[in-house]
Design a protein around this ligand. Structure first.
Ligand code: SF4
Length: 470
């Protein structure tokens, strides 16, 4: 249902489909289950190709050549429902109306709104909230054009979402939810415009003047390259803190802040906390859990004056375990994912830095591996504070039951994962290190930026969806 994803849109490119394919590869870390491209020429014909799998497995020179037109959108998907069906893959589109969308986020009142639309006669083909968003957008578009369509979405759908879309033959568009929870940026290259979930997908393609869309902002770029932007519904800015720590790639900038720098600052802050609160800790070596926590581990080691080493090697031929859709697949994947370097850890007191601890499965396994390979002590440091509340905005922990820190003290989590010492980032330091005054940190604090009245219904639906794919 929810979609933890990467989206991209382009207009004015001489090779739109090829550019969209490259964007899929640069945002592949945001979802590895499915990918899709929709393009259109100025005559208004919509061409769509989407399927399960990695972009590299789906697209070829031949099928990209069939995706005509100078405008288009694409989508990398992580699924939480309808796992095996191509109908669940994005972009979603309405052929007759020529409207397509690619969606990243989660609609909290999805089950409620879906029932409302079904009662009014609308038939749904998928179990994705992206399809619901498409219908709500189309309803508003038919009544008053693009900005009315976005207003209709903002008014009726509660959640965190970033959307890129296409109106065949007319132009491409993008918009954020009123709190700007999920990332979305815009860039310009000559006369071409593009939108992306991450800045690196724009900068690597030569786009300049890259800006984050504001919370509640919508932009429409017409086929004559006229750009119109407007804040449709202004809410308090609440970009997701977890994007900075884990989800976005380290080459990107979010809200003008380089992710790499934020992660380095997190490492320094953790080092200061460890030194002040546990000065007795003896440390021989600092190692990162690759790849996300490298900048933090490196900065932490420098701050503590301890050696930084690579003690775990990632198997490059297996996907990120966190975004694998079921616990069973995740656990199997863990066995293949990381390999320790014995010469770095044997007989040593090892400080392991990880970006976050969600379910505890990975941490427990890593600590056991490091001990099995001869470490004398294992200290675990997390650059994200304890996650005690579900994410209602698209990151894949929608139920508190799956969170290892829910209802537990830090000492209890420490015992569960088997660390000699567990040190978490504090919420205050997290905010300071990221450098934004206002963030979504609901999974840490339980303070959600939107109404949560429909959350239980959505969580139940999600559990049922999971049960189907387990
Ligand atoms: S609840 Fe946590 S993971 Fe979800 S959007 Fe907010 S900060 Fe991000």
């Amino acid at each position: 249902m929810a979609q933890l994803c990467g989206v991209f849109g382009v207009i004015g490119s001489s090779q739109a489909a090829a550019e969209l394919y490259i964007a899929l590869t640069h945002q592949q870390h945001r979802g590895q289950d499915a990918a899709g491209i929709a393009t259109s020429d100025s005559q208004g014909k919509l061409n769509v190709l989407k399927s399960r799998g990695l972009a590299i497995e789906i697209f070829s020179e031949e099928n990209i050549a069939n995706l005509d037109g100078g405008m288009g959108i694409c989508h990398n998907r992580y699924p939480t429902a309808g796992y095996g069906d191509v109908k669940e893959c994005q972009p979603f589109f309405l052929d007759k109306e020529g409207i397509g969308i690619a969606f990243n986020g989660n609609i909290i009142n999805y089950p409620y709104m879906k029932k409302q639309l079904e009662a009014a006669g609308r038939e749904f083909e998928s179990s994705s909230d992206g399809e619901l968003l498409l219908y709500i957008f189309q309803e508003g578009y038919a009544n008053g054009g693009f900005f009315e369509a976005v207003r209709n979405v903002h008014e009726k759908l509660i959640g965190g979402y970033s959307v890129v879309g296409i109106i065949a033959g007319e132009g491409i568009f993008a918009f954020k939810d009123p709190n700007g929870i999920r990332p979305l940026l815009m860039g310009k290259r000559g006369t071409a415009y593009a939108f992306a979930s991450e800045s690196i997908a724009l900068s690597i393609e030569g786009y300049n003047d890259i800006q984050d869309l504001k919370p509640g902002e919508a932009a429409f770029i017409r086929k004559d390259m006229e750009a119109e932007r407007r804040v449709v519904t202004a809410g308090e800015p609440r970009p997701c803190a977890f994007e900075f720590v884990y989800f976005s790639t380290v080459e990107s900038k979010l809200e003008g802040i380089p992710v790499y720098q934020a992660r380095s600052r997190l490492g320094q802050a953790l080092a200061r906390k460890a030194r002040e609160k546990w000065p007795e800790l003896e440390i021989d070596v600092v190692i990162p859990v690759p790849d996300t926590s490298r900048p933090a581990a490196n900065a932490l080691a420098k701050e503590l004056g301890k050696p930084y080493e690579e003690g775990l090697v990632k198997n490059r031929y297996i996907g990120r375990t966190f975004i694998m859709p079921t616990q069973r697949i995740r656990e199997n994947a863990l066995k293949l994912k990381l390999k320790p370097i014995e010469s770095v850890i044997k007989g040593k007191k090892v400080m392991v830095v990880d970006d976050s601890i969600v379910r505890g499965t990975t941490s427990k396994r890593i600590i056991r591996l490091i001990r099995d390979f001869g470490a004398e002590k294992v200290y675990l440091l997390s650059t994200f504070p304890p996650i005690r509340n579900p994410c209602l905005y698209g990151i894949d922990f929608t139920s508190e039951k799956e969170l290892i820190a829910h209802g537990k003290t830090i000492k209890e989590v420490e015992q569960h994962v088997g660390a000699d010492r567990l040190i978490y980032m504090s919420p205050e330091d997290l905010k300071e290190c990221i450098g934004l005054k206002s963030l979504c940190m609901a999974c840490i604090t339980g303070e959600y930026p939107t109404p949560t009245g429909h959350a239980k219904e959505m969580q139940t639906q999600r559990q049922e969806d999971y049960a189907k794919i387990k």
